[in-house]
Design a protein around this ligand. Sequence first.
Ligand SMILES: *Cc1c(COP(=O)(O)O)cnc(C)c1O
Length: 217
Amino acid sequence: MGLSEIKQRVHKAEAEAGRAPGSVTLIAVSKVQPDARVEAVLEEGHRTFGENRVQEAAGKWPGFRERFDGIDLHLIGPLQTNKARQAFDLFQAIHSVDRPKLAQTIARLAQEVGHCPDLFLQVNTGEENQKVGVLPADADAFVADCRALDLPVKGLMCIPPVDEEPSLHFALLAKMAARNDLSGLSMGMSGDFERAIALGATHIRVGSAIFGERDYG
Ligand SMILES: *Cc1c(COP(=O)(O)O)cnc(C)c1O
């Protein structure tokens, strides 16, 4: 695959869903990928990337930013409160706001530094023990709490259980976003982004389909 094929598939899925061209933001998930692969995608002109670890992003992206303008970096993995300040310096968006304590830390930092990344609240739609995110039943209250803290909440994010049809989870997330007047939906990965677009995704997080398999070895 690769970037251009994935972009074509995104455009096709937008058209089939009757959505405006360009209404879906493609986040190229570069975690664990060798620098050469990331650089190739930067050379192709892509500027929106996702990382799931603050530490890894801090080692990689300042260097790329010296060489490429306009990089838009999204944190898509869990954030510890003691890394929140570092995350503010690196990321334009955080997709993993998953608990009240983190929301409070972000609100305090936003006051201190005078700006805040765009925020997506993570919902554990599959109610899985091993996954982070607020439970569906708590989502509306969490949105309200974050708004009360004046946080820039753009939307909701989910990672469906691996063994279930993702569309059910995408539809559930879309319904929760709609009833909370949130326009952003961060959902869909390499294996299911077309289904996510059909159900309203505004931000898809695609890694291996663009860069190739990740080598954790
Ligand atoms: C790694 C990751 C992705 C990308 O997964 P692929 O299957 O490689 O597209 C998307 N979202 C999150 C939260 C991830 O951690």
